[in-house]
Design a protein around this ligand. Sequence first.
Ligand code: NAD
Ligand code: TYD
Length: 340
Amino acid sequence: MIKLLVTGGAGFIGSNFIYYLLENKPEYDIVCLDKLTYAGNLKTLDEALKSDRFRFVRGDIADREFVDALFKEEKFDKVVNFAAESHVDRSIESPEVFLRTNVMGTASLLDASRKYGVERYHQVSTDEVYGDLPLEAKDLFFTEETPIHTSSPYSASKASADLLTLAYFRTYGMNVTVSRCSNNYGPYHFPEKLIPLMISRALNDESLPVYGNGLNVRDWLYVEDHCKAIEMILDKGRAGEVYNIGGHNERTNIEVVRTILRQLGKPESLITYVKDRAGHDLRYAIDPAKISRELGWTPETDFDSGIKKTVEWYLNNRKWWEDIISGEYADYYEKMYSNK
Ligand code: NAD
Ligand code: TYD
């Protein structure tokens, strides 16, 4: 068995990754470390908690003593770091917590991985470290050689963490990998991000705030395709390498919102154009040639089928997102664990 630490597993992508491994990769024994910030929801892990291959630990990746003790006790073979502050708009309001978790937290995990001889450390990063591409130049894509050129405190903190991770390869010879993925969507996506926000607000007949003119472009990847890519990198990726992950599904924000409205049978009159985000990146677009060539990864879900599945999931799991909007989910950990 491979003893794996998954940090940030009570969030969107980390939880999908845990379910992907529990369902498809019996060789993994998983410990999830998550602080349960506003973005972490233990309810999301209800099914995983029934598995004897899964254990949940609440804690902060930036708490060095705590992290050291956990590594000493668990003797992890591999580590995947999803834990992060992940919302650009929040980073514009309060950058500091992004530095603490995304930079100092990564440093603390790297140091513990080095001290306790972890075989492979994987850093989950984002295409946002490359900055943005012009809207007109449709043949330009981010490759692994594109220079780091960040726009927001969020992307600057993620880029710092990437550089630190790669420095541990060069300086200490640690076996690390980094992946940079485009925008994800799918089940358990926190309803502050574009797609789940628009679905949940449209279902409640609330206005849909589109920033600026709605023509910014994002490259959307169904979350399960991202999870498969990370598992392949963990298994076969080359030490010290960066892998871009994306499936060529570029859409303007307004196209995404209109698609959701059509699927829900809601009127376009809900769309409200609001003040643009400060420093708003124009276009993200990934060239995934390296991961396809080296690891044989290809995405399986295109945007049209992925968005259908996602809207259906939000229709069938109303309680999950309504509890988030009402704040109910925040008490769940106390209810579950106060007597344990
Ligand atoms: P998320 O915000 O949904 O989840 C983050 C999780 O990390 C939450 O469960 C939260 O409780 C936990 N966390 C936050 N601070 C912590 C700390 N100090 N210690 C321990 N746990 C902490 O984020 P997500 O969308 O699932 O993103 C996961 C990772 O993937 C992030 O590193 C993000 O930068 C990266 N990423 C996200 C996307 C995307 O489209 N969502 C795309 C590319 C890369
Ligand atoms: P978001 O989901 O926050 O992801 P990111 O900023 O990491 O790409 O936003 C996706 C796009 O949607 C981005 O161009 C900003 C835009 N957006 C809106 O127009 N309205 C909203 O309410 C939100 C949250 C985002």
